[in-house]
Design a protein around this ligand. Structure first.
Ligand SMILES: Cc1cc2nc3c(=O)[nH]c(=O)nc-3n(C[C@H](O)[C@H](O)[C@H](O)COP(=O)(O)OP(=O)(O)OC[C@H]3O[C@@H](n4cnc5c(N)ncnc54)[C@H](O)[C@@H]3O)c2cc1C
Ligand code: FES
Length: 272
């Protein structure tokens, strides 16, 4: 569908929040679903790029975008009224984040924070008739290389849940990465051992989260950011290895775009 940029707001050292108005207004969408975006001119590459939905605001969609290459740079240079091509909503999104079990620990690395803002909002509101989560049942653990790559941190703080931060260089919060911070919280008895994990971030981080979840037998879902071509299941450009004899059946790969981007570690593996 067609859309247009409403605003572009700088965010962190190398990011922007792009607000988009689509020609077809979108209903409330599940957090961690995504859209494929490109400008409708030659500044964008021909293949659109995938972005998690960050927020929905007054009928508009917001995306939190880290400038990486040509596609993201073109989007960051939009001005109000720039015409866009928008494909979506795509993918499955987080499961219903209910308040009936152990705390949800949300592990975000860098731009991997994008699917969590709405995830927290929806967990607090309750979805699909599930018990809403209490604020103290949600722990947002956010890490990045340095302070300037902790995108839109203050907006997360306004949600009123516990926010724990860390940076590799110690410029903000705990010095270390998100899993070191998690271990620190466990050893300090600042967090129960039994938690449900959600994670989004760089692949190396997600591999480590998967290993931790398997070693401690914790329920865990990952929102994956594989390379994508079509975003709709046609090009086979987004394979993810499935767990042998797991719930996804005998096929060795799942398609991240249509079967994900959220998978449980019972379904797929990044480490085998
Ligand atoms: C489901 C999904 C949701 C995503 N959500 C967001 C989001 O909310 N915000 C955001 O900023 N980005 C998100 N991404 C990643 C984003 O799509 C890529 O950063 C973007 O496609 C890069 O395009 P580019 O043309 O700017 O860079 P390119 O020129 O294509 O690449 C620049 C550099 O980035 C690397 N790169 C490109 N794509 C990826 C990727 N998927 N993972 C790791 N490295 C990559 C390339 O290897 C290269 O080194 C998401 C990806 C997926 C699959
Ligand atoms: S991106 Fe084309 S099949 Fe997934």
């Amino acid at each position: 569908m067609r859309g247009e940029a409403v605003s572009v707001t700088p965010c962190g050292d190398d990011g922007v929040i792009l607000r988009v108005r689509t020609e077809i207004p979108q209903p409330p969408l599940r957090a961690a679903r995504f859209f494929m975006l490109r400008r409708d001119d030659r500044l964008s590459p021909a293949i659109p790029r995938p972005f998690s939905l960050y927020r929905q605001r007054g009928g508009d969609l917001e995306f939190l975008i880290k400038v990486m290459g040509q596609g993201t740079e073109a989007l960051a240079k939009c001005t109000p009224g720039t015409a866009l091509r928008v494909v979506g909503p795509l993918g499955n999104g987080w499961n219903t984040l209910d308040g009936d079990g152990p705390p949800w620990v949300m592990l975000a690395g860098g731009i991997g924070s994008a699917p969590f803002w709405m995830g927290i909002e929806q967990a607090l509101a309750g979805m699909d008739g599930a018990t809403p989560a209490r604020r103290d049942q949600l722990v947002y653990v956010y890490g990045a290389a340095r302070k300037g790559l902790l995108y839109d941190l203050e907006a997360f703080r306004t949600l009123g849940v516990r926010v724990e931060t860390c940076t590799d260089d110690g410029s903000h919060g705990f010095k270390g990465h998100v899993l070191q911070l998690l271990e620190h919280l466990w050893s300090a008895r600042a967090l129960p051992r039994e938690v449900r994990l959600l994670a989004c971030g760089p692949e190396r981080m997600l591999e480590a989260v998967e290993e931790l979840a398997r070693a401690r037998n914790l329920p865990c879902w990952l929102s994956l950011e594989t390379f994508m071509g079509c975003g709709v299941g046609i090009c086979n450009g987004c394979p993810v290895t499935t767990v042998a004899d797991g719930p996804m059946g005998a096929w060795p790969n799942a398609k991240c775009c249509v079967e994900g981007p959220v998978f449980s570690v019972e379904q797929v593996t990044l480490t085998h």
